[in-house]
Ligand binder design. Structure first.
Ligand code: B1N
Length: 824
């Protein structure tokens, strides 16, 4: 083992040493003097300085990991929505105060540098952000673990609005260089595609030989994942595709330079761009290429470089769990079988026995159309050997089903990994459920519905396989960093143990009854709102009142989430005021904040965005409202903006149709920062409400069984439209074209029809109940003292939603891996 002498290793962290390091990075890393340095020079130098402090711990962690060979969790995810890195790294390394002081002395404005950071948007929404929270908690809980994913050159698109309509621009997050990644081209591994299979020579049961016809290189980029002040720094390894030399040479030698360059582009396309669909897979070939690309590279990496060369793979289950973040990495199952059977010469049964003990599957959805399937045609063309392996897994599985349920051929057809209709296709969720030793949903209700409905047959067959792990969010980023004011107040009251043990927030409960504490809590909320208003003005040119209620609905635009129901509330208020039904001075001043990207091909979602913007423009321009209502829809909602919005919010909108939102995680972030929730009995809302108490939560709408029942009986939106005059007035106003310059076609007609003709998500059925809940919100908000008491109780009672607790649940219920204690 090489003893390293890193620049700042065991030295004390002082302002002086930090300043020296920073200036050295500026001079030798960027090649500039301080007085000539651009803000970007300073940002890069600062980031690298901070990175150096982490590197020492990182190398130590890696050495210990190799020495101990402890059981490891590999989190396989096509998305990691990391958010800005600098502040989090400074906090974790306990450098925030030192850095602040050092930079102040040098006359460098830290806020200006922070504002330069471009977040790596390598995810769509909740699923990707969850992966980022989980690796933070894994490191903080001292769990030996590694995240594996894709280093997309372009992350989630940058959303812009043109005349209120969404226009997507490429996310060039790497344009100024990323100081947080360490590329290792020398450790590239090859990933193969295509071709055919031939008979194998080994003679072991099940073996065939794959003869692929093209390959790409997967280059690892390492990211450090620091635990919170515990000396552990884990690794996130993201793969980038590059053409292989072999590939190049063949074609160059054939003399076709242009073809060689084209081939290079083809290979590098694999990690070029993140698919922008959220909860709705597209079944595109490039997407399957991405999935196999990162999974094959990750398995190879673990088996060949993390494990010692003489490791006996029969012991693999004691050494690793591969956690599959939804079905995107499920192709890892046949890949491991292929490695064991075809490459290592194991008999099929031995390989299957091991494979069934190393994968666990997390499902994140309930929408049937969101369950990934790959046509046999496509899969067979791209990964012919894997398709054969899947067929054999399925044959043996079906025998098992027949043995357990003799004569029940309908059940066999329902459960088969291969669907026959509308075309032959592989159901990835079934493959994951068959191969995984555990299957979990992401909130109590979701896990229950998985076992009762979506995967009911499987739960009947293997009841012990199914479990729940309710999602969580990292308190470091979403409370400590995002809300320094509240963090200070909490720490003053109960000490700072809450940062790594969020249940300690319970200690705040008695303070909800303390008028002075509530006053300070309100002051902090007010300051956060002013800050958010400043951010909106600078970032988007949007002007909002600094003191109105901040009513926030931020999440991907999807019909099941029902942004259109929120819109109906706003339109109804506007209709009430302009028609004289609601006196203006009875209206609570509110800023409605929307943040939402629509998948570029999702027409109705884009129409909804256009309509929100149209309604917003009309309301914001109407002087007769005297600024009481305001709609703010900043484009390109992302983690960076979330960190400014969440601490400022008073009201959190979680209004999906019950039974459709698997969990939600924004709901947790808002509650932890003292917003009250108006929400349906869906996803993790159910658990939030149970914890904070009915009196501190605005519940509305049908329950899941009620919604399922109504849907089965036949939902008739027209009946609601005709029988509720307020609803009718709001919809008619929308349809009249007043918000769209007289235009009644286009988005107006389309959304009107989608709500009043056939709406799978039954928005109108919950309208009355939603409006009533909003009236209760207004009444409650009018009593500042009572409201802030509820808000404090929301903070005090939602410590459960720390991702540290989620990870502890994964350890207890699924991984059986133990945190290790490390020398500090
Ligand atoms: O995962 C989150 C949950 O909190 C949300 O309720 C859930 O909607 C979200 C395909 C998805 N489910 N499925 C996806 C994302 C991208 C994609 O290409 C599916 N995202 C969720 C965390 O559990």
């Amino acid at each position: 083992m090489i003893e390293n002498t890193p620049p700042v290793a065991a030295r004390e962290h002082t302002v002086e040493s930090f300043t020296r390091e920073f200036l050295r990075e500026l001079n030798f890393g960027q090649g500039v003097d301080l007085d000539r340095a651009s803000a970007n020079d300073k940002y890069l130098a600062l980031s690298r300085t901070v990175r150096h402090y982490l590197t020492t711990r990182w190398l130590e962690t890696l050495r210990n990991q190799y020495r101990d060979q402890a059981k490891t969790v590999a989190y396989l995810s096509a998305e990691f929505l990391l958010g800005p890195q600098l502040e989090n790294a400074m906090l974790a390394a306990d450098l925030d105060e030192i850095a602040n002081e050092s930079l102040r002395a040098l006359g460098v404005d830290l806020d200006e540098l922070r504002a330069l950071e471009i977040e790596p948007g390598l995810g769509n929404g909740g699923l990707g952000r969850l992966a980022a929270c989980f690796i933070d908690s894994l490191a903080t809980l001292n769990v030996p673990s590694v995240g594996y994913g894709i280093r997309y050159e372009y992350g989630i698109f940058r959303q812009t609005f043109e005349d209120g309509a969404q226009v997507e621009k490429p996310d060039t997050w790497l344009r100024l260089g990323s100081p947080w990644e360490l590329p290792h081209p020398e450790h590239a591994v090859e990933v193969s595609f295509g071709g055919h299979t031939v008979e194998a020579e080994g003679g072991n049961d099940g073996a065939r030989t794959w003869v692929p016809d093209w390959r790409v290189a997967a280059v690892p980029y390492n990211y450090m994942v620091p635990g919170y002040r515990n000396g552990r720094v884990n690794t996130l390894r993201l793969w980038s595709a590059r053409a292989t030399h072999e590939f190049d040479l063949q074609i160059f030698n054939a003399g076709d330079y242009a073809e060689a360059v084209r081939a290079r582009t083809f290979a590098e396309n694999i990690s070029k761009v993140l698919y922008p669909e959220d909860s709705t897979p597209q079944g595109k070939e490039l997407r399957l290429q991405q999935q196999y690309f990162f999974v094959a590279a990750s398995l190879r990496d673990f088996l060949e470089t993390v494990l010692p060369a003489d490791f006996d793979l029969h012991r693999l289950p004691d050494r690793i769990t591969w956690q599959l973040n939804d079905t995107h990495p499920v192709i890892a199952v046949p890949e491991l079988m292929r490695i064991l059977v075809d490459e290592r010469g194991w008999d099929w049964a031995d390989a299957w026995a091991v494979t069934q003990k190393v994968f666990a599957y997390t499902c994140h959805t309930l929408l049937p159309e969101a369950l990934e399937v790959w046509s046999v045609d496509l899969l067979g063309r791209l990964l012919p050997r894997h398709l054969e392996i899947i067929y054999r897994i399925n044959e043996e599985f079906i025998e098992e089903v027949r043995a357990a349920f003799p004569g029940d051929e309908l059940r066999v057809r329902r459960m088969s990994i291969i669907a026959e209709q509308p075309e032959r296709a592989v159901r990835m969720a079934h493959l994951a459920t068959v191969a995984g030793f555990k299957v979990n949903g992401v909130a109590e209700l979701h896990s229950q519905l998985l076992a009762d409905k979506v995967l009911h047959d499987f739960a009947q067959m293997w009841p012990g396989k199914f479990t729940n792990v309710t999602n969580g969010v990292t308190p470091r980023r979403f409370v400590r960093l995002a809300n320094p004011g509240l963090s200070g107040l909490i720490t003053e009251a109960i000490g700072d143990g809450w940062i790594t043990d969020l249940e300690q927030l319970r200690g705040l409960e008695p303070l909800a009854d303390d008028a002075e504490f509530r006053r300070r809590f309100r002051e902090i909320k007010a300051a956060n709102k002013r800050h958010f208003a400043d951010v909106l003005l600078a970032r988007d040119g949007i002007e909002i009142a600094g003191d109105a209620m901040v009513d926030a609905m931020v999440k991907r635009l999807h019909e099941y989430k029902r942004q259109s129901l929120k819109l109906l509330h706003i339109v109804s208020l506007y209709e009430g005021i302009t028609s004289g039904r609601i006196p203006l001075d009875a209206v609570t001043p509110r800023t409605f904040v929307f943040g939402a990207k629509a998948a570029p091909g999702y027409v109705r979602a884009k129409e909804t965005i256009a309509l929100i913007n149209a309604v917003g423009a009309t309301i914001n321009a109407d002087a007769s409202l005297q600024g009481r209502l305001k709609v703010a829809f900043p484009a390109n909602y992302n983690v960076t903006l979330a960190e400014d919005l969440v601490p400022a919010a008073d009201l959190s909108e979680q209004i999906s149709l019950a039974g459709k939102e698997a969990s939600g995680t924004g709901n947790m972030k808002f509650a932890l920062n003292g917003a009250l929730t108006v929400g349906t009995d869906d996803g993790a809302n159910v658990e939030i409400r149970k914890l904070v108490g009915d009196e501190n939560f605005f519940l509305f709408g049908m329950t899941e069984p009620e919604a399922a029942d109504l849907s089965a009986r036949g939902y008739d939106p027209g009946a609601y439209y005709e029988s509720d005059p307020q609803l009718k007035a709001a919809l008619d106003l929308l349809a009249s074209g007043v918000f769209t310059g007289g235009e009644r076609g286009g988005a107006v007609a389309s959304i009107f029809a989608s709500l009043t003709e056939r709406d799978r998500f039954m928005a109108l059925a919950d309208f009355r109940s939603y409006m009533d809940a909003q009236s209760r919100v207004d009444a409650a908000y009018a009593d500042h003292e009572a409201w802030s008491r509820s808000a404090v109780l929301n903070v005090a009672r939602t410590g459960f939603f720390s991702s540290d607790r989620s990870i502890q649940d994964y350890l207890d219920r699924i991984w059986g891996a133990r945190p290790v204690t490390q020398n500090r």
